[in-house]
Design a protein around this ligand. Structure first.
Ligand code: B4P
Length: 190
C-alpha cells in the first residue's frame, strides 16, 4: 500500500499535483481543504464553523479534520493507497494519522514536500483568486495569514517525518510536468 503525504505551504501545488498522481497511481485523494469546502457548500454546521476560520486564513481545530479523515479511511477500506493533501497540518494531526494507520497496518510511506518561496505563493493564490471565488484567495492579508499559520503550526510537521526517515523535498517552482516528474522519481523508489 502506498500512502503519500503531499506537503507544502498554501499554493505550493499540492492539489494540482494530486490530480496527476491520482491518474498515474490510482490512489484515493484525501484533501482536507476540499472536504471542508464541501461541508461549506452543503451548509452543514461543521461547514459554517469552519468557514469563519478559513475565511481568515486560520486552521480549523484538529479534532474536526481528524474526524473527517477517519471517516474517509473507513469508507475506503479496499484502497491501493491514499494521497493525503493538506493533512496533517499540525504535529497533533500527524500523531493522530499514525495511530489511525497503525490500526490498519498501513503506515505512511513517504512525505513529499513542495518547496516554493513566499512571493511566488502570494502571486499564485491571488491569480487563482480571480476566478476561484475562494474568499481566502482574494485578500493579500489573508494569504499572508495562511502563510504565517503554515510557518507557525505546519512547518514543524516536516520534522515529525524526518525523525521517521520519511521526508523528501522537491523544488515546487517550474512547470507542473517537471514537478510531477520529480515526485514520480521519489515514488519510484518505494
Ligand atoms: P487547502 O485547500 O489545503 O489549500 P491550499 O493550501 O490553498 O492549496 P494547494 O497547495 O493545494 O495549492 P494548489 O495546487 O491549489 O487549504 C485551505 C484552508 O483549509 C486552510 O487555510 C485551512 O483554513 C483549512 N484546512 C485545510 N486542511 C486543514 C487541516 N488539515 N487542518 C486545519 N485546517 C485545514 O495551487 C495553488 C495555485 O497555484 C493554483 O492556482 C495552481 O494552478 C497554481 N499552480 C500550481 N502549480 C503551479 C506551478 N508549478 N507553477 C505555477 N502555478 C502553479
Amino acid at each position: 500500500m502506498l500512502n503519500l503525504v503531499l506537503f507544502g505551504p498554501p499554493g505550493a501545488g499540492k492539489g494540482t499535483q494530486s490530480q496527476k498522481l491520482i491518474e498515474k497511481y490510482g490512489l484515493i485523494h484525501l484533501s482536507t481543504g476540499d472536504l471542508l469546502r464541501s461541508e461549506i457548500t452543503q451548509g452543514t454546521e461543521l461547514g459554517l464553523e469552519a468557514k469563519k476560520l478559513m475565511d481568515h486564513g486560520i486552521l480549523v481545530p484538529d479534532e474536526v479534520v481528524i474526524g473527517m479523515i477517519s471517516h474517509k479511511l473507513d469508507a475506503n477500506r479496499d484502497a491501493k493507497g491514499f494521497i493525503f493533501d493538506g493533512f496533517p497540518r499540525t504535529v497533533a494531526q500527524a500523531e493522530a494519522l499514525d495511530k489511525l494507520l497503525e490500526s490498519k497496518n498501513a503506515p505512511i510511506s513517504v512525505m513529499i514536500a513542495l518547496e516554493v518561496n513566499d512571493d511566488e505563493l502570494e502571486k499564485r493564490l491571488l491569480l487563482r483568486g480571480k476566478d476561484s471565488g475562494r474568499p481566502d484567495d482574494a485578500n493579500p492579508e489573508v494569504i499572508r495569514k495562511r502563510i504565517k499559520e503554515y510557518n507557525d503550526k505546519t512547518a514543524p510537521v516536516a520534522g515529525f517525518y524526518k525523525n521517521q526517515n520519511k521526508f523528501k523535498s522537491i523544488n515546487g517552482i517550474g512547470s507542473v510536468g517537471e514537478i510531477f516528474d520529480g515526485i514520480s522519481n521519489v515514488i519510484g523508489s518505494y
